[in-house]
Write a protein of this length. Structure first.
Length: 130
């Protein structure tokens, strides 16, 4: 992964709105249009109404004209690694393939690389709709 994706995720993390958890998360997507789309978690006083960094980045990608995730970086301030939560894995999978790589980063750089198949094995597939 090139350094620009990591730096984009780190910059996005700095813009997180996480006054309740104090757990800022940043995400950066390199999309099929060649652009980088970023997101951070955005919390709410009504706690369940807040959302994760990954869907912010996905929303920015879709609205910006990107359609597929080529690769993605996720970073959190307080953990060595921030594995995407279950809901985020399903959301990422919608725009990714089994070999799409997700880079789990700390403030130094990429610490772990995972494929979507590793993050979300035996996932619900469109074929199952019949
Ligand atoms: O994959 C994840 C997991 C958690 N969070 C956010 C949600 C919440 O604002 C904070 C603490 O759970 O971290 C993310 O952004 N992405
Ligand atoms: Zn999540």
């Amino acid at each position: 992964m090139s350094h620009d994706l990591f730096e984009a995720a780190r910059d996005a993390m700095a813009r997180a709105y996480a006054p309740y958890s104090k757990f800022p998360v940043g995400a950066a997507i390199r999309a099929d249009d060649g652009k980088i789309y970023v997101g951070a978690n955005i919390e709410n006083l009504s706690f369940p109404q807040g959302w994760c960094a990954e869907p912010t980045a996905i929303g920015n990608m879709v609205m910006g004209g990107g359609r597929r995730i080529v690769e993605m970086a996720v970073i959190a301030e307080k953990l060595a690694l921030c594995p995407p939560c279950g809901g985020c894995r399903q959301k990422i999978a919608e725009f990714a393939g089994p070999e799409t790589r997700v880079y789990l980063c700390d403030e130094v750089g990429v610490q772990k690389t995972m494929t979507m198949e590793e993050l979300l094995p035996f996932s619900f597939k469109t074929e199952m709709l019949g």
